[in-house]
Write a protein that binds this ligand. Structure first.
Ligand SMILES: Cc1cc2nc3c(=O)[nH]c(=O)nc-3n(C[C@H](O)[C@H](O)[C@H](O)COP(=O)(O)O)c2cc1C
Length: 435
């Protein structure tokens, strides 16, 4: 079988990162880059393709209508801007892709295009952009804006990405001549305005930043709603899918590859990465016991679970009667997360029953539990069944957990010849598109 890719989603962004969770590491000063630098070095040692830095722009209040829960626990807030962290991560590594999250909601395309080109230069061609549309009204309110309706946010994002692509092409690398005798650095004829007049944005261009080593950053997206998948298949190179069964993965994979084909893209260049996490043990039953303990702790923390889903959907679950049949719920936030949350219980279940139906140990996407050999085997089998393209491990940064993946699981995957052993190319995109 061909190789598959590995990525890491730093799910808490530039935050306290599970400061009070077991295995979170000691000696790290909050709000400094060290723990992120150590983490990305570990991932590069393991041949990971990239690390994504999550982000959002608010102090959440969705659960209970105030920020108390989130600030008390230091979860989802406070949070610093991940973009200035990127050069620190680049300086700590040589090959791995670095993917900050930036939203089409609050940047202007020109500002974002220039920022990404700057980072492409500074990282020597290792930058990616995780495109998000800003799912909560609270974040929009910080910019004095009314949140657009769900599908319209993707219309806006379509236009946004189109403009950034044109801007990245507006100052091509070919304009650089550096002819010392004629005293010409750049030829003006290759640097052209784009004169884009859109429904949501306009930009004259050209960008005043010459193309970086990759020309455009590697584009990522994670929205799983029908409109989200359409957006992703049209625009991005890495699609993050959070699926809870292999069947679901297969459907997702085939759906986005088909969408990509229908808009004239080569589906092989669109990589689908499935969110996962592994609980490893010396025996399968030891790993299962760890998973069961974690699932029990999680189930006992009703507020923790409800605050999480409230934040993603914008629905205040503290106001829903826990013992009455669940009301019909809709969201202008993350539709796929709401669907996934409700999917484990029968129709008509109460909120308490929905929560009780969660047997997951709190791992995003598809959990894998067992010995190193059995988890590596599961990964190989899933890739064979689904068709590709890789897995996205996700968690806040826990050095102990990360080391268990890189130092125990990766050697077994390498022994089986299913993951990379090095980075043959200079840029993130070239390494990503190698297989
Ligand atoms: C693995 C993963 C990572 C995500 N990272 C972020 C993020 O950093 N910031 C953010 O605002 N949304 C993030 N999202 C949310 C998605 O961008 C998207 O808004 C969400 O999945 C809802 O999309 P949908 O309504 O199309 O299903 C993430 C989703 C997933 C599954």
């Amino acid at each position: 079988m061909s190789l598959f890719h590995l990525g890491w989603f730093n799910g808490a962004g530039f935050s306290l990162n599970g400061w009070n969770a077991p295995g979170s590491g000691v000696g790290y000063e909050p709000w400094q880059p060290d723990q992120f630098q150590d983490a990305i070095r570990t991932l590069e040692r393991g041949g990971f393709d990239f690390m994504i830095l999550e982000d959002s722009s608010m102090v959440p209040e969705a659960f209970g209508g105030n920020p108390e829960f989130y600030l008390n626990r230091g979860i989802m807030a406070p949070k610093l801007d991940p973009v200035p962290l990127v050069p620190y991560l680049a300086m700590a590594t040589k090959h791995i892709g670095i993917v900050p999250t930036l939203t089409t909601g609050f940047y202007h395309p020109w500002l974002l295009a220039r920022l990404m080109t700057t980072l492409d230069h500074l990282t020597k061609g290792r930058i990616g952009w995780n495109i998000v549309t800003a799912t909560t009204q609270l974040a929009w309110s910080n910019y004095g804006l009314q949140q657009p309706e769900h599908d319209m946010r993707y219309d806006l994002a379509d236009e946004f990405v189109e403009i950034t692509k044109q801007l990245w092409a507006s100052f091509p690398a070919s304009a650089a001549v550096f002819d010392a005798e004629r005293n010409i650095a750049y030829t003006a004829k290759d640097v052209k305005p784009i004169n884009y007049e859109g429904k949501f944005f306009s930009s004259r261009g050209p960008l005043n930043a010459p193309a970086g080593p990759q020309g455009t950053p590697v584009l990522f997206q994670a929205g799983g709603s029908p409109r989200g998948r359409q957006f992703a298949a049209k625009n991005v190179e890495v699609i993050i899918a959070s699926c809870t069964s292999v069947e679901d993965m297969k459907d997702y994979y085939q759906d986005v590859k088909e969408h990509a084909r229908s808009v004239g893209r080569d589906p092989d260049t669109v990589k689908v990465m499935f969110a996962t996490g592994a609980i490893l043990g010396n025996t399968d039953s030891e790993a299962q016991a760890t998973a069961d303990t974690r699932a029990r702790h999680r189930a006992a923390d009703l507020d923790g679970q409800l605050a999480g889903i409230s934040n993603i959907t914008g629905i205040d679950f503290s106001r829903i009667d826990i013992d009455a049949p669940m009301p019909e719920l809709t969201t202008n936030g993350s539709q796929s997360s709401l669907r996934e949350f409700l999917s484990t219980a029968k129709p008509g279940a109460t909120l308490r029953e929905v929560l009780a139906s969660k047997t997951s140990p709190g791992i995003m996407g598809f959990p894998m539990i067992g010995t190193v050999k059995s988890v590596a085997g599961q990964m190989e089998e899933i890739m064979q069944e689904v068709g590709g393209d890789g897995f996205l491990f996700g968690a806040h940064i826990q050095p102990e957990y990360m080391a268990s993946i890189v130092d125990r699981l990766i050697p077994e995957l390498r022994r089986r010849g299913v993951v990379r052993t090095g980075y043959p190319h200079a840029t993130f995109r070239e390494n990503l598109q190698e297989f």
